[in-house]
Write a protein that binds this ligand. Structure first.
Ligand code: ATP
Ligand code: MG
Length: 417
């Protein structure tokens, strides 16, 4: 009986994995350049962590999370995002005693959503969290770092920034907004009407076309920020200008959770169609305390690797592939023994090489050399093994030249960096 994989959970096959490896490699380089260090936390956490840390009233927790009982002992969840687990680890290990911390993570996340382009049930996020810094320079550095990551991959998503205020200015605004929305309930969608009561800020995020012209007129928190939030936002904008990071102020960009304050940001790309966000970030100064830690400011982002892969594909960026430099083709058993020894020698010298371990006809071996994308074939013919000679064939130009087997290492050894 054939068993298929779970709906919405994808295999990343060797032909495609180069895309993911490149994204992760560039991310690791960029993070290292900015002092972010990797943290690895489990993919399973207590359900309570997300109920508290992501919010019991969010779609993620109510509708999208995979929840299960661990043999009747504890209610657990597959992680739907990376921040809550990272914050738990930060608190659990008392990391605050070491001063401000800049951490990143890479790994699979799970949400039971309706699968479609750019939306899957297992997907991968690359994210960062900076703990212990309330000042706007860390916001600036983090947004600029993410822009740099994209730049290195040859794409430039649109950067949106906003301020969602804080406990001093947001409550009054929320009441004003709620009243304004109630007056327009008749022309808003059902989701908007429900969110007006539960979480009015999220209404601004509505994607339903008929709601757009109405919401465009909604009162703006940006014009009602308290002095502290206004100064913080001005400093973030100034800092981004100083570093030459292009951005748009988007007054309707929100994070729906109470502990999000001040800076909210998002990177979007047209290449994604309706799932336009590739990364979302924001400041969450209340979260560490909410999860039982010392009051600690924090700011982070989560970026979807699958969506970034779609953007790179749309931009025509080729999928990197590792190919052998040399593929040994041998005519007979003596040749194969020689090929095995020379391949081992080359590999020890750091040269990627391969051969068709099935042996067999020369034509089939050449076919395999082509399939794996080898740059050169070294053909060890019937009498050549004993003479120490072989033929070197350039697989692209088809040119052939004699080569001494003893000279292969010198010929192919990578020049030290
Ligand atoms: P959306 O509005 O598209 O549902 P979100 O607000 O739920 O996004 P976040 O929780 O901010 O997304 O996650 C950060 C990033 O993770 C997103 O910008 C996106 O790139 C990626 N992401 C989120 N959910 C999925 C998913 N189901 N499949 C693939 N990528 C996802
Ligand atoms: Mg979502």
């Amino acid at each position: 009986m054939k068993i298929n994989g779970v709906k919405g959970m994808n295999d990343i096959l060797p032909a495609a994995v180069g895309r993911w490896q490149e994204i992760e490699q560039v991310a690791r380089e960029v993070f290292a350049l900015h002092g972010y260090r990797e943290v690895r936390t489990p993919v399973v956490e207590p359900y309570a962590l997300y109920a508290r840390g992501v919010g019991e009233a969010t779609d993620i927790v109510t509708k999208e999370m995979y929840v299960f009982e661990d043999k009747g002992e504890e209610k657990l969840a597959l992680r739907p995002e990376g921040t809550a687990g990272t914050v738990r680890a930060y608190i659990e290990h008392g990391a605050h005693v070491e001063g401000p911390q800049k951490w990143f993570y890479v790994g699979p996340m799970f949400r039971r959503e309706r699968p479609q382009k750019g939306r899957y049930r297992q997907f991968h996020q690359i994210g960062v969290e900076a703990f212990g810094i309330a000042e706007p320079d860390i916001d600036v550095e983090q947004i600029a770092m993410l822009a740099d990551l994209f730049r290195r991959l040859g794409v430039a998503p649109v950067v949106h920034v906003n301020s969602v205020g804080d406990a001093a200015c947001r409550p009054a605004y929320l009441e004003e907004l709620r009243g304004w929305l109630r007056e327009r309930a008749a022309v808003l969608c059902a989701d908007c009407r429900e969110r007006t009561e539960r979480n009015p800020l999220r209404v601004l995020d509505c994607k339903v076309p008929s709601c757009q012209p109405v919401l465009a007129e909604a009162p703006r928190l940006l014009e009602r920020l308290c002095d502290g939030c206004r100064a913080h936002f001005a400093a973030v904008r100034q800092g981004l200008d100083d570093l030459g990071v292009a951005y748009q102020v988007n007054p309707r960009l929100v994070r729906g959770l109470d502990y999000y304050v001040r800076t909210a940001y998002e990177f979007t790309s047209d290449a994604l169609g309706s799932q336009s966000a590739v990364a979302g970030g924001g400041r969450y100064d209340g979260l560490v305390e909410t999860l039982g830690g010392q009051p600690t400011p924090g700011i982070g982002f989560g970026m979807g690797e699958e969506r970034l892969a779609l953007i790179l594909e749309a931009a025509g960026r080729p999928v990197p592939r590792t190919v052998p430099e040399v593929f040994f083709v041998s005519a007979d058993d003596t040749g194969r023994r020689e090929a095995m020894r020379r391949a081992a020698e080359l590999r020890r010298a750091g040269v990627a090489c391969d051969l068709d371990a099935r042996g067999g006809k020369l034509a089939r071996q050449f076919k395999q050399a082509e399939r794996v994308g080898a740059r050169y074939a070294v053909v060890i013919g019937g009498n050549e093994a004993s003479s120490g000679q072989a033929k070197l064939k350039d697989m692209a130009t088809r040119e052939e030249a004699p080569v001494a087997l003893s000279g292969l290492v010198a010929r192919f050894r990578p020049t030290p960096a």
